[in-house]
Design a protein around this ligand. Structure first.
Ligand code: ZN
Length: 445
């Protein structure tokens, strides 16, 4: 048992409490007592200054996309205007090169960066499974295990969303680098997925279906029957052209195709859900499905602004993801969710600060299958994110919830605890060193 004394803490319900005594045992909160005078058993080093938040959940991550940061903003050399599709070609050229070792090294650095800005949990949408020619490695799950090892070594909680990807688009065979993604048949994917047995206290196995482009309606129905008791994530309507292709192929929107297959359910996370019809919004809302909005990626790729407020009003549960890693910062995602709505509607005040924090933390953990995380409360996993209230960005803000959602950034995070263990103590040099080792092809430490 370890006791801490925190000056200010965000409690469930959006209330900030002062002078809080915390007791942690076996990685969980056993006492949370506001308005307590400094506990005599608490050593000075266990007094936590600043504002303490629960951990953030990153519900949509492709860790290897981090390699594109700083290299993907130019218009294509052949003069084609940049778009999601030209960016995808650049992403494919990174995917082509990765080995189990370099996949691990890049994911380790990326997850360390995530921890340093307050993410305590990540959902890795993992589709890079096989060798360059499409043949499985001797160990067919070596790439997924590299992700598990990287998350474990970075100290971040992981839901591995191993992804079924079978077609380059509406039935066309996978080609080029997509061969690395494909298990050929839905049963091939199920067999490999079922063999992934790594489950630890802070790692769990979920599933993902890449999109309605990559898996046929018949195979979606097969997966709906098998994937009944785990988090299930699917890219949905990120691009208008995906909707056009889906309507041409099946006469339905992507959401309708998923609903017909029986996949629109409470355990579903629809990733992006940017270009939806009113009926799509109702279908996802009535099912109380999760939505992973990825605002900093969606603006980077020019995807558009999704109907977040309408989805929430219909009953869907919003969460946030860093997706392409153009930005890794939960504060930036929260702020962008509200500011995008303002740009789209020319009005202010769609999401209050407390709601944004709930979306970024508690609800995100739920969408990744961790109902026992994301809140500072007795019995929950002991995650803490300590935010500096006196940085150049936060000084003079009064340390309010508005400060957290609309002024602070990931650079204001000073310490991070995950499952009762301090995983980040302000040392950002070790993160840059991890990226240096990855880019130099050296073994990370
Ligand atoms: Zn994605």
């Amino acid at each position: 048992m370890t006791g801490y004394f925190a000056e200010r803490i965000l409690l469930p319900g959006g209330e900030i409490a002062n002078q809080v005594y915390l007791e942690i045992a076996d990685g969980r909160f056993t006492q949370v007592l506001p308005q307590t005078r400094c506990h005599p058993g608490v050593k000075p080093k266990r007094v936590i200054p600043g504002l303490v938040l629960p951990g953030f959940a990153n519900t949509h991550s492709h860790s290897f996309h981090r390699a594109l940061r700083g290299h993907s903003q130019q218009v294509s050399p052949d003069g084609i205007p940049g778009s999601f599709w030209t960016w995808r070609q650049q992403m494919y050229s990174v995917a082509e090169q990765l080995t189990p070792d370099s996949y691990y090294a890049l994911a380790l650095a990326t997850y360390r960066e995530m921890v340093s800005v307050g993410y305590t949990c990540v959902g890795e949408f993992h589709y890079l499974h096989h060798q360059r020619d499409g043949h499985p490695y001797d160990n067919p799950n070596v790439m997924g295990q590299a992700i598990i090892a990287a998350a474990t070594d970075a100290g971040i909680r992981l839901t591995l969303l191993d992804t079924c990807y079978l077609s380059s688009g509406f039935g066309a065979p996978a080609e080029g680098v997509q061969l690395r993604f494909s298990d050929q048949t839905v049963n091939g994917w199920l067999e490999r997925w079922s063999a992934l047995s790594e489950r630890h206290d802070n790692v769990q196995l979920g599933a993902a279906i890449h999109s309605v482009r990559a898996v046929s309606p018949a195979d979606l129905a097969t997966l709906a029957n098998h994937l009944t008791d785990c988090p299930l994530h699917i890219h949905v309507s990120e691009q208008a052209t995906e909707n056009e292709g889906c309507l041409a192929a099946y006469g339905q929107t992507p959401t309708q195709v998923l609903a017909s297959a029986g996949l629109v359910r409470p355990s579903l996370t629809a990733v992006h859900a940017t270009h939806l019809t009113k009926e799509d919004v109702e279908v996802l809302g009535q099912a109380k499905s999760y939505i992973s909005v990825c605002p900093t990626t969606e603006r980077d790729l020019g995807d558009g602004i999704g109907p977040s407020r309408q989805l929430a009003a219909a009953g869907a549960q919003l969460t946030l993801g860093s997706d392409s890693q153009a930005v890794i910062d939960p504060f930036a995602e929260m702020m962008a969710l509200e500011l995008n709505e303002r740009l789209a509607t020319r009005r202010r005040g769609h999401f209050a600060a407390a709601e944004l924090l709930d979306i970024g933390g508690r609800v995100g953990h739920l969408g990744l299958g961790w109902p026992d995380a994301g809140e500072i409360a007795v019995g929950k996993r002991a995650d803490l994110v300590v935010v500096d209230q006196a940085s150049v960005r936060t000084a003079g803000t009064g340390g309010s919830l508005e400060m957290v959602a609309f002024a602070a950034t990931g650079a204001d995070v000073q310490r991070v605890m995950i499952d009762g263990r301090w995983v980040f103590d302000g040392d950002r040099d070790s993160i840059t060193e991890a990226y240096r080792l990855w880019s130099a092809g050296e073994r990370p430490r």
